[in-house]
Design a protein around this ligand. Structure first.
Ligand code: LCS
Length: 397
């Protein structure tokens, strides 16, 4: 079976799914579009419910197509098991609800996706869950904020949208020293560029909506585990809360995954060139990209990632006003939130993805008003540079 071989990344994304399908030999995983599964007998149904026999019962509890995706993702992240969810936010909130109790404390990267911060500060706080959002690239700061009731250290690296990088291995050691779990949102890197479980993390989260699906046509999330016990605990919460994935959604993501490594290769090459182009442009005041030597955690990125990825952010000398003109002037780049699709996207986090985060918290996290975020796609590089160049010329008017 292919999943027992030690494969390179280009092969792993293609052969990460067990196949062929046992009924007809279909090379593509079949879509089991069924909400429920017939039992052979009363005894069979009872045995499935008791966990004495393996099989499918009801799609919220498990589905063969969804399971194929989960096996594939567990293999890509070198985990023991994976759960998939309706969205990336469902993966985050389900994991937190499974592992936190009233009065538990969570420490998180300050520059995380806006909704991750807002749900913890505005919703979970109503149930007595406390949180501290800090710059997790500063290990001393994490240590200072650890409390006896801290249960989760949650890091996003590279961070959305500042591209700040946190040391996963050091955080795993620190978390375990304090008796808490390290959870890493690996959405920006994807499993092609970074495997947090190998560096000691307990759980990896993905918004599958992004690079993993890669075609801006599905939302989804995943939770991947290093440990069976933790998997069992989160699984119970997920099937009761109900934010599970449906088979058609899973099948589309399985299709997208097959080109994940190829897409990352091409978009990363484009991002590196665009970052250099922006850095040398007279109207640009700063660029933050882990592939540039002036990135504050350049050495760390080289150590823990297999490449700098396809996300970057920058600011213009003319500040927000010039940025507004720029994003209104692009023609090939699409002005849209989300990221990790095959097409290049541009957006303004302070007024879009992170608008719900209070201004003071945003600025403290480095999400300044002049920050423009790019998710670089797989177009011809020359076309991307030409479009950005013509839009930059318009900002100078
Ligand atoms: N984690 C990260 C790092 C994200 O960027 C997002 C969404 C999520 C989790 C949530 O995933 P979802 O529920 O949307 O599948 N990030 C978005 C962004 O930057 N623009 O639009 C969505």
């Amino acid at each position: 079976m292919t999943h027992h071989l030690k494969l390179g990344l280009l092969s792993k994304v293609i052969h990460g799914v067990s196949k062929p399908d046992p009924l007809f030999g279909g090379v593509s995983v079949p879509i089991y579009q069924s909400s429920t599964f017939a039992f052979r007998s009363a005894e069979h149904g009872a045995a499935l419910f008791a966990g004495e026999e393996k099989g499918y019962i009801y799609t919220r509890l498990g589905n063969p197509t969804v399971h194929a995706l989960e096996e594939c993702l567990a293999s890509l992240e070198n985990g023991v098991a994976c759960l998939t969810t309706a969205t990336g936010m469902a993966a985050i909130t389900t994991t937190f609800l499974a592992l936190l109790d009233q009065n538990s404390h969570l420490i998180s990267t300050a520059s995380v996706y806006g909704a991750t911060r807002v749900v913890v500060e505005k919703e979970f706080s109503r149930f007595g869950i406390r949180s501290t959002f800090i710059d997790t690239s500063d290990l001393k700061l994490i240590r200072q904020h650890m409390r006896p009731e801290t249960r989760i250290l949650f890091i996003e690296t590279p961070a959305n949208p500042t591209m700040a990088i946190t040391d996963i291995q050091a955080c795993a050691n620190l978390a375990h020293e304090h008796g808490c779990w390290l959870i890493v949102d690996n959405t920006f890197a994807s499993p092609v560029l970074q495997n947090p479980l190998d560096l000691g993390a307990d759980i990896v989260i993905h918004s599958l909506t992004k690079f993993i699906n890669g075609h801006s046509d599905v939302v989804g999330g995943a939770i991947i585990f290093r440990d069976e016990n933790l998997f069992g605990r989160v699984r119970r919460t997920l099937i009761n809360l109900g934010g599970t994935m449906d088979p058609h959604q899973a099948w589309l993501i399985l299709r997208g995954i097959k080109t994940l490594a190829l897409r990352i290769e091409k978009s990363q090459e484009n991002a590196m060139k665009l970052a250099k182009f922006l850095q040398n442009h007279p109207l640009v005041s700063w660029v933050r990209y882990p592939g540039l030597e002036n990135h504050p955690q350049y050495e760390l990125a080289r150590r823990q990632m297999r490449g700098p990825g396809s996300m970057l952010c920058f600011g213009l000398k003319g500040g927000y006003e010039a940025g507004r003109r720029l994003i209104n002037s692009v023609r090939l780049f699409t002005l849209a939130v989300s990221l990790g699709g095959i097409e290049t996207l541009i957006q303004h986090p302070a007024s879009m993805t992170h608008a719900a985060v209070p201004r003071e918290e945003r600025e403290e996290a480095g999400i300044t008003d002049d920050l423009i975020r790019l998710s670089v796609g797989c177009e011809d590089y020359e076309d991307l540079q030409a479009d950005l160049n013509q839009a930059l010329e318009k900002t100078a008017l």
